[in-house]
Write a protein that binds this ligand. Structure first.
Ligand code: SIN
Ligand code: FE
Length: 297
């Protein structure tokens, strides 16, 4: 199996309010926007003795994959429990959201006023052996793109923290650079149809209008997940995110797959494309360069 230079850089910080110099901040943004991963092995997230009981799959409502607070509407979802339990769970997840916002403002301050907090989640289900359709199977390499949620060019930046209390890592595969994957698959993406996009929105299948960018990202997601040869033979590396570590990644750009791990917290942020420091490295511009034409957002 072919490999490649690691996209992971390791940062020493052990606090969500860690300070970095302007040069360091610039280098982190540059790394992330070029498909890198920032790995903070010394940054865990503390749960109080009372909160530790929430590290159990038993709090799941049995329907959703995660327990989460959605974007602006912070009602807790995917959980079961009495009103006090749900309030305590919600406070825990909200505290993580606050921590990640502090982390962004200290390490990536050029994003701080523009990154819109989306979902914040607590993920207590073991990632290995989850039964799901191939399309939702995150043990296959993919870049994030969601059928019902067009981003209209907004980038998906994610902060993850492994909160496993038994010292178990979260094991990921990380794939080749987005541009290498896109060169192999872009010509298999079906032609975009505005009429179909309008219909999908009208029928509420998509929450907003799916432009050619989201159409392309979604098809690339599906094409590589469905391609067993690519999954097995494309350049990739395995990486263990240790317990009590944090990592930051543009998950719409870095090819990733989760092999195993349990108990993780995650914050999604959406960054408007005009706030990128290196727009030419974005999936949109990479795709446009290969196609030699513009694609609509
Ligand atoms: C994902 O594929 O976005 C999920 C990764 C994980 O659960 O570790
Ligand atoms: Fe993913």
């Amino acid at each position: 199996m072919a490999t490649f230079k690691t996209p992971i850089i390791t940062l020493p910080y052990d606090s969500f309010t860690a300070r970095a110099s302007a040069t360091e901040q610039q280098s982190y943004t540059e790394h992330l926007e070029h498909g890198g991963v920032l790995f903070l092995p010394n940054l865990g997230f503390s749960l109080s003795p009372d909160e530790k009981r929430f590290l159990s799959p038993d709090w799941s409502d049995g329907k959703a994959k995660n327990i989460y607070l959605r974007g602006n509407d912070r009602t807790i979802r995917g959980a079961k429990g009495n009103a006090d339990d749900l309030m305590a769970m919600s406070a825990l997840i909200e505290r993580y959201a606050t921590g990640t916002q502090q982390l962004i403002s200290h390490l990536l301050p050029s994003y701080a006023n523009h990154a819109k907090p989306a979902n914040t989640s607590l993920r207590c289900i073991e990632a290995s052996g989850r039964k799901t359709s191939w399309r939702k199977d995150d043990s296959r390499l993919h870049a994030d793109a969601f059928p019902s949620k067009p981003t209209q060019g907004e980038r998906i930046l994610r902060v993850f923290t492994n909160v496993n209390p038994y010292g178990k890592p979260r094991v990921w595969k990380i794939g080749e650079p987005f541009s290498e994957m896109a060169k192999k698959f872009i010509h298999k993406v079906p032609r975009y149809s505005r009429t179909q996009a309008k219909l999908l929105h009208l029928l509420s299948i998509t929450k907003s209008y799916r432009g050619e960018y989201d159409h392309t990202m979604l098809h690339l997601h599906d094409l590589i997940k469905a391609d067993a040869d690519y999954q097995h033979n494309a350049p990739q590396m395995t990486f263990e995110f240790s317990a009590n570590s944090t990592w930051i990644v543009y998950s719409d750009q870095v090819l990733h797959a989760v092999l195993s791990g349990q108990y993780m917290m995650e914050q999604t942020l959406h960054l408007p494309p005009d706030q990128l420091d290196y727009p030419d490295a974005s999936p949109q511009k990479v795709i446009e360069k290969i196609l030699n034409r513009n694609i609509s957002l």
